[in-house]
Design a protein. Structure first.
Length: 143
């Protein structure tokens, strides 16, 4: 069985036979991310599922482009999924610290990435991931 990165590279090279396998692996975490963000944004799970599907299509499209094929795959997926949800949620804004903490919790606990993967996706250090996760959990315990 090929890894997600191998599947992404195959698609970037033009191997369309890798698309179904990549979608089977990619769609569940993207859907989980969109659904987690939907709760805070007041959008339905059905709409979150539509956003996840659209995000997966966009990922496939980006893999076929020269710019997308040369990017970190996990970061590409995160940026596309978070952008789709951000566009669907209007008027809901959190301060930067709260937004980062929410993203760390979603990516770590719901999507299931480890702290190093989360750091790469969010563009911060693994130590900052652990710090933000701790602060987010502390604020949840206090609530």
């Amino acid at each position: 069985m090929r890894s997600v990165c191998e599947l992404a590279w195959a698609i970037a090279r033009g191997d369309s036979s890798a698309i179904p396998a990549l979608l089977r692996v990619l769609h569940p975490p993207v859907s989980a991310y969109c659904r987690a963000r939907a709760r805070d944004g007041g959008i339905s799970f059905a709409e979150a599922d539509r956003l996840a599907l659209a995000a997966c299509r966009t990922v496939l499209s980006e893999l076929s482009s020269p710019a997308g094929a040369n990017r970190n795959f996990a970061t590409l997926v995160y940026e596309i999924a978070s952008g789709a949800v951000d566009r669907a949620i209007d008027g809901t804004s959190l301060d930067t610290a709260a937004h980062l903490r929410r993203e760390v919790l979603i990516v770590r606990t719901i999507v299931g990435l480890d702290s190093e993967q989360t750091a790469a996706v969010l563009g911060i250090s693994p130590g900052r991931v652990r710090l933000e996760q701790h602060a987010a959990l502390q604020s949840l315990r206090a609530a």
